[in-house]
Design a protein around this ligand. Structure first.
Ligand code: ZN
Length: 265
């Protein structure tokens, strides 16, 4: 029996904020959303392609957003929705906030070097990384360039390796095949290492031969399906993955098995 798919990288917003958030992000990034940003719309889209569970990555663009995001995350958490709240690195007590995430029973934290203005291997972040590690939380981090920002290297493969050299057991999940649009560096520094990466917004840009080669050269249990919904299409990402013809075992691993292990299910 094949299992329901797990999307490790999706976004949604509280209903009252969704319309404004989507339009602001569309303008900021010059992109068009596939969905309206509400959890109900995400669930409907999940149903249409057979996605059982989505990991919702929130991003606190200001320190004071931690509380409201945590509260909303607790409200929407369900067997089908795994919310990852977000801590702003400039918060007064990021370590205390990480503990509150764990106490709330949530599985991890999302960070975004561009929206939160930090370099992944900033010295100031290491106390937070260590606590996330100690608490056994997942850390999903935007990695690679971001189409809404100048191409400064804030979360590139070299910085990823530096973080993991110092906190080797950190459960870091990278996005966009290791680092968005920085795939020469991914091949040099990440491929072949036991570092989880999602496939969102990358397969089409990489092209089939290269995407296939990278995935096959990476540990089989370290690639997960992710769509970056609403910025990527769930059906489109699924189609692009299947077109790579990776074989049943690899495909099932990417679609749900690896994610299930990361989520401890
Ligand atoms: Zn995203």
């Amino acid at each position: 029996m094949s299992q329901a798919i797990i999307d490790f990288h999706a976004h949604a917003f509280p209903d009252a904020l969704a319309a404004r958030a989507i339009s602001q992000l569309e303008h900021g990034g010059g992109v068009k959303a596939f969905l309206d940003g509400r959890v109900a719309s995400l669930l409907a889209a999940m149903d249409s392609v057979g996605i059982g569970t989505s990991v919702i990555c929130s991003i606190a663009t200001k320190p004071e957003q931690f509380g409201p995001i945590l509260k909303w995350s607790q409200q929407i958490a369900s067997p089908r929705i795994v919310p990852l709240p977000s801590i702003h690195p400039k918060a007064a007590d990021p370590i205390g906030q990480a503990r509150r995430v764990a106490e709330a029973g949530l599985l991890g934290i999302k960070l975004h070097p561009y929206y939160q203005e930090f370099d992944l291997d900033d010295e100031a972040l290491f106390p937070l990384y260590r606590v996330i590690d100690e608490l056994g939380l997942l850390l999903v981090c935007h990695t690679g360039f971001d189409f809404a920002f100048p191409r400064d290297r804030k979360g590139d493969p070299v910085r990823i390796r530096r973080v993991l050299e110092r906190v080797p057991t950190l459960r870091l999940v990278t996005t966009h095949m290791g680092a968005w649009d920085d795939w020469d560096e991914v091949e040099k520094h990440l491929i072949g290492q036991p570092i989880p990466m999602d496939i969102s917004l990358s397969l089409d840009l990489l092209g089939q031969p290269r995407a296939r080669a990278m995935i096959l050269a990476h540990p089989a249990d370290r690639v997960v399906y992710g769509t970056d919904s609403p910025w990527g299409s769930q059906a489109g990402t699924l189609q692009a993955l299947r077109a790579l013809d990776l074989g049943e075992e690899r495909e099932q691993a990417i679609l749900w098995k690896n994610a299930q292990a990361l989520l401890g299910r």
